[in-house]
Design a protein around this ligand. Structure first.
Ligand code: GLN
Length: 232
């Protein structure tokens, strides 16, 4: 019954960067996280079979979706931005987020002024809104783009970087899970919203996804996925 340009064999193919917990990460050989659950629920609503591709670097996702053929959609805790909307379609928002600055506990430089200093190394994830924020707001520091936020937080933990800038819910979650030696010292209210990226060749799919997201808000599916990953 469905007829979306890029969707073949009744499968909806999703690409993401599985190193951004709790939104997407590898649990052994399994794809796990909030976005994976949202994706599966979306497929359910759309009557399509979920097909998840192996993890890629975050900064390759928009070009991949734009060029089409390989993946139909991406759920990657991806902030809806004008730059991205110029390349791909994005669904209505399904999650709110903000940025954060994270340092080692006891560090002397903990705020924007003390980190915005020549020679200070700030770790970010390449191609993210955190990277853009850091470049704009910490212009005197050296911004170091890395493949993923785990690398960035590990580097802060070992003293390689003075701080990292990334999405607050991810940094908070990772501090709880694995980095008790780190802390968030600045919460940055960027007011970001995550959306599903879809090829512009597939406008019918974007509107079907928007309808499905609306249904998931209305019938409690979204609430129950949020409770699973973030508590009540
Ligand atoms: N929300 C941020 C962005 O869209 C980070 C996403 C990510 O690293 N997966 O750039």
């Amino acid at each position: 019954a469905t007829d979306y340009t890029t969707v073949t064999d009744g499968k909806l193919t999703m690409i993401s960067s599985f190193a951004f917990p709790p939104f997407e990460y590898m649990d052994g050989d399994d794809y796990a996280g909030f976005d994976v659950d949202v994706f599966k629920a979306l497929c359910d609503k759309l009557g399509l079979e979920p097909n998840i591709l192996p993890s890629v670097a975050f900064d390759t996702i928009v070009p991949t979706i734009k060029s089409g053929g390989k993946a139909d959609v991406s759920l990657a805790a991806m902030t809806i931005t004008d730059e991205r909307l110029a390349e791909v379609d994005m669904s209505d928002p399904y999650m709110d987020s903000n940025q954060s600055i994270c340092v080692k506990k006891g560090a002397s430089a903990t705020d924007v002024d003390s980190l915005n200093v020549k020679g200070t190394q700030i770790a970010v994830q390449s191609g993210t809104t955190g990277e853009a924020w850091a470049k704009e707001n910490l212009p005197n520091a050296t911004i170091v783009p890395l493949d993923d936020i785990i690398q960035a937080m590990t580097g802060v933990s070992t003293g390689l970087y003075a701080a990292c800038v990334s999405d607050l819910p991810v940094v908070k979650y990772e501090i709880e899970q694995a980095y008790s030696d780190l802390e968030v010292t600045v919460e940055i209210p960027t007011g970001e919203q995550y959306g599903v990226a879809v090829s512009k060749d597939n406008p019918g799919l974007t509107s079907a996804i928007n309808n499905a997201l609306k249904e998931m808000e209305d019938d409690g599916t979204m609430d129950s996925i949020e409770t699973t990953w973030f508590g009540s």
